[in-house]
Write a protein of this length. Structure first.
Length: 396
């Protein structure tokens, strides 16, 4: 990874879509490079005070490359460079078409430059949003140090929190993080139950100090739940948990009554930092760091992996039944939980499936996306041991 500094500390975009584009590009680069190297480069293309600044993310490899005719077909769905590529490397040819689509959704573009036998260079160019007041990172080490310090920051929370999320694996791990930090957590599995619990606590004179509200749930989604609470006179803070972070998504959350929003996957440092904004807290208690915490996270990871075979069966059954609504709900759940537990490849594949289903794509595309997601899940199922690295990814 190479970073041409200075670059902004943060930009305004959808992190899920950006992550998925880069993961797909890197995955392709590795797949089509038998021997050699793959590089990822990030740089700021325009001055920070420009009217519409942009960043570029380049994925460069020394792999098999392509000729002009092959490149002209590259971004078409179900198309690869040629049939021999499919036979040799496998794959459906969907990844780059989706990358192109997501790049356009983010207001950017995806371009390719390649020479047969000499490798390929994919360049993703994205608008950063207004950079006025955004600090710049002058050295790569600053970015690394920033991540470490964020991961190590700890809060001791003092308050009652309602956690509304339809995914049991999400509720379990997020509740654990909040409870380990000192909060008293009440879970709710959908918006309808969440509204009832919030209003009952308020009427009983013991209102919650904070509500974390997932936005996409069955029975009643987070948007409706937040709006209903506000219509009943509820004034406490509500933080949206959403897989989207575009300006329009943030505005949608705020318009329905949310106080703030937190992008999924809600990793431990960001979760506790957001909670500390709304409940009483103290900073940096060393006692919060312990081997017990690590072992508990591993236990949650093991449980998550053990449940994956059920997800495989469910995906297959829903596809056979043509149950698009439930298939989309399952993809959404895996998108959130996969990222939360450190399996970004599952999260990215589930996100692709969910986006395709929302766009009412052809059945052939859905079938291939389900197959790819199932294959990724089965690889995880085969893990006989949850590594320290995976446990660390879920925590940070």
């Amino acid at each position: 990874m190479k970073v041409d500094c200075p670059i902004p500390d943060h930009i305004l975009t959808d992190p899920t879509r950006l992550r998925q584009i880069i993961i797909n590009l890197v995955s392709n680069a590795i797949k089509f490079t038998d021997a050699g190297w793959v590089r990822v480069c990030a740089s700021l293309l325009d001055p920070p005070d420009a009217a519409n600044p942009r960043m570029s993310f380049e994925v460069i490899d020394s792999g098999i490359g392509m000729n002009p005719e092959q490149m002209s077909r590259l971004f078409r769905p179900f198309t690869q460079a040629d049939t021999s590529t499919t036979r040799r490397f496998g794959g459906t040819g969907l990844g780059l078409s989706i990358c192109q689509h997501f790049a356009q959704m983010l207001g950017g573009q995806l371009a390719v430059d390649s020479k047969l036998g000499r490798g390929s260079r994919f360049v993703l160019t994205l608008p950063t949003g207004d950079l006025k007041g955004v600090p710049l990172i002058d050295h790569c080490t600053e970015a690394i140090q920033s991540e470490v310090s964020a991961a190590e920051s700890q809060y001791r929370l003092q308050g009652r929190i309602l956690l509304v999320d339809d995914g049991p694996e999400n509720r379990d791990l997020l509740s654990y993080y909040l409870e380990q930090a000192g909060a008293e957590v009440t879970p709710a599995e959908n918006g309808l139950i969440g509204v009832d619990k919030a209003l009952a606590a308020h009427e009983g004179g013991v209102p919650f100090d904070l509500i974390f509200m997932d936005m996409q749930m069955p029975e009643m989604d987070g948007y409706s739940a937040a709006a209903k609470l506000r219509s009943k006179g509820y004034t406490g803070p509500i933080v949206a948990l959403t897989a989207h972070a575009m300006a329009t998504d943030r505005e949608k959350c705020l318009l329905c009554g949310c106080s703030e929003y937190l992008s999924k996957p809600a990793r431990k440092p960001q979760l506790l930092e957001m909670a500390a904004r709304f409940v009483k807290h103290t900073i940096a208690l060393p006692s919060l760091k312990s081997d017990v915490d690590d072992e508990a996270v591993k236990a949650f990871l093991s449980t998550f992996v053990a449940e994956l075979p059920k997800d495989v069966a469910k995906l297959k059954n829903l596809l056979e039944q043509g149950n698009v609504d439930h298939l989309r709900e399952t993809a959404h759940r895996l998108k959130g939980s996969g990222g939360l537990y450190g399996f970004d490849s599952i999260s990215a594949a589930a996100s692709t499936l969910e986006a395709g289903l929302k766009a009412e794509q052809a059945l052939e595309a859905t079938s291939k996306q389900v197959d790819e997601l199932v294959e990724l899940i089965r690889r995880v199922e085969g893990y006989s041991h949850i590594s320290e690295k995976t446990a660390s990814a879920a925590k940070s």
